[in-house]
Design a protein around this ligand. Structure first.
Ligand SMILES: [Fe+2]
Ligand SMILES: [Fe+2]
Length: 172
């Protein structure tokens, strides 16, 4: 399977094959060090998780929630790119547009009476798409903005993966 065939844009075209049912959940690996962006990304994760967990009857409402979120999320980043002269704007903006197109197509399919599976497939594709987009495109924007504002990359504080301290953490 190519990267393109698992993109949200491919879902509405029916090119994406369902892989697993893991619900997207936040982890500190998603933190990029720009507070406003990190907050928006937590909301993205929550919206996708709500869509993945939704009962069939609730899928249109949860998809509408996600659409509202995505419009604001992407507009915010695109405004940051424009206002700071970010150099790699086009491919980032193109990815956002592809996601929104897929959302609109799936909304139209649901409105036309399609089975809810098309929305579940979209949710799965969004869950697959987000880590790569955040890690590559959003991280580049976060670094760019931090460098302009502070002269260096953002400082990212992540909780340790393990809750239990290791013996080596304590002084002897
Ligand atoms: Fe983002
Ligand atoms: Fe983005």
């Amino acid at each position: 399977m190519t990267a393109l065939s698992s993109s949200p844009a491919a879902v509405a075209a029916g090119a994406w094959a369902h892989q697993d049912n893991a619900v997207l959940s936040w982890n500190d690996g998603f933190l990029l060090g720009l507070a406003a962006m990190d907050s928006t990304h937590r909301e993205f994760v929550d919206c996708v998780a709500a869509l993945q967990r939704a009962a069939d009857a609730d899928l249109p409402a949860r998809l509408a929630d996600f659409a509202r979120h995505a419009v604001e999320h992407f507009a915010q980043e695109e405004q940051w790119m424009a206002s700071t002269g970010f150099p790699a704007t086009q491919c980032h903006t193109d990815e956002h547009a592809a996601v929104l197109n897929s959302v609109r197509e799936v909304q139209a399919l649901l409105d036309g009476g399609a089975d809810g599976q098309v929305a579940r497939d979209l949710a799965r594709a969004l869950a697959d798409w987000f880590p790569g987009h955040a890690d590559y495109m959003d991280a580049a924007l976060s670094h760019w903005m931090s460098k302009r504002a502070h002269g260096g990359p953002p400082v990212v504080l992540r909780r340790r993966a393990s809750a239990a301290p290791a013996a080596s953490d304590f002084p002897t």
